[in-house]
Design a protein around this ligand. Sequence first.
Ligand code: F3S
Length: 383
Amino acid sequence: MHLTREEESVLDGEQGPGAAKCMEILAALGDVYGADRLIPVESVQVAGVSYRTVGEAGLEFLEDLAASGASATVPSRLNPAGMDLERWREMGVPAGFAERQLRVVEAYRSIGVEPACTCTPYYLEEPGLGDHLAWSESSAVSHSNSVLGARTNREGGPSALAAAVVGRTPNYGLHLDENRVPDVRVETGYEPEGTAGYGALGVAAGEALGNRVPVLDLGSPSRDELKSLGAAMASTGSVALYHVEGVTPEVGSMEYEVEETIRVEEPELEVGDDVDLVALGCPHLSGEELRRAAEGLEEVSTPIWLFVSAAVRGLNPEAAEMLEGAGARVFTDTCMVVSPLDEMGYRRVLVDSGKAYTYLPGLTGVEARFASTERCLEVAAGG
Ligand code: F3S
């Protein structure tokens, strides 16, 4: 990959050892994927925040990088951490975990990465059509590529952090027009209902698609439904970009022919009300989802946690207060998948998210049950 003279000087250490290390990561990545050059990015989203995933080695790497003086040069935000950064005691997070989690976030903060801790950074600042990004959480990548028409590969934690410091990313993959064209059509044998229905469809479609770029024939799903669909397709498969005819912004101006059409039926996900926690907000809830939940919940008999970004919670204080008043907990900075639910004593969790349903057993060791959002709220209310 070609580096400009200025980029070479960063690699040679003229901006310090941390920036040199970051340039080294990007140059190696660019060489592996055959990128021609680095391109500027508008923003960065860094995954690898929960202490559960980064561990001691990751914490040490981050503290060393922070000590080297490396600093983000473009707007950069964090993915969810393993706990609500303020209300972790209320969640029941063990103190030892919390101490290390706070150190991870502090290291990122001193590198200049904003601890917004959300997988929905597009609610804080929406990328524009054609913007180049370096984002890493798979649902955020899917949503920004597909629904917003921005361009990002699915970055690993280190490559996103390197992009934050350097302000650039290698030009390959989904940054290039030719890799954004659909190569498979997906038809559904039924009409999905609500965000949960689209999440369930995403579970089945992701399994069938792997890492291809599909075009889907759907009605006119809302943005929240698309968010749920994309998150699930990126969990059972690794779909980082999809198109929906007549809905998503790029497909109408593309010329393409697909060689294959696959038909996806409604999957059978495990249901059941016998749970010790109801958890909503994977991906983090939009303001509208939070307000709708507040209207649909008057009392709580089974614990219910809702996950949002601090920004969305801050913009919807009445909904958050109504939910908390009913006995629910509206946590920020974290989610049901990256927090240590097993260490907090939970065994079975009810979700309305195809992604959470897919990941909970493997990543947290708890069993998952699936239901519509409305049913989740009924179960929380004891119905
Ligand atoms: Fe977000 Fe956690 Fe789901 S990071 S997409 S809420 S698994």
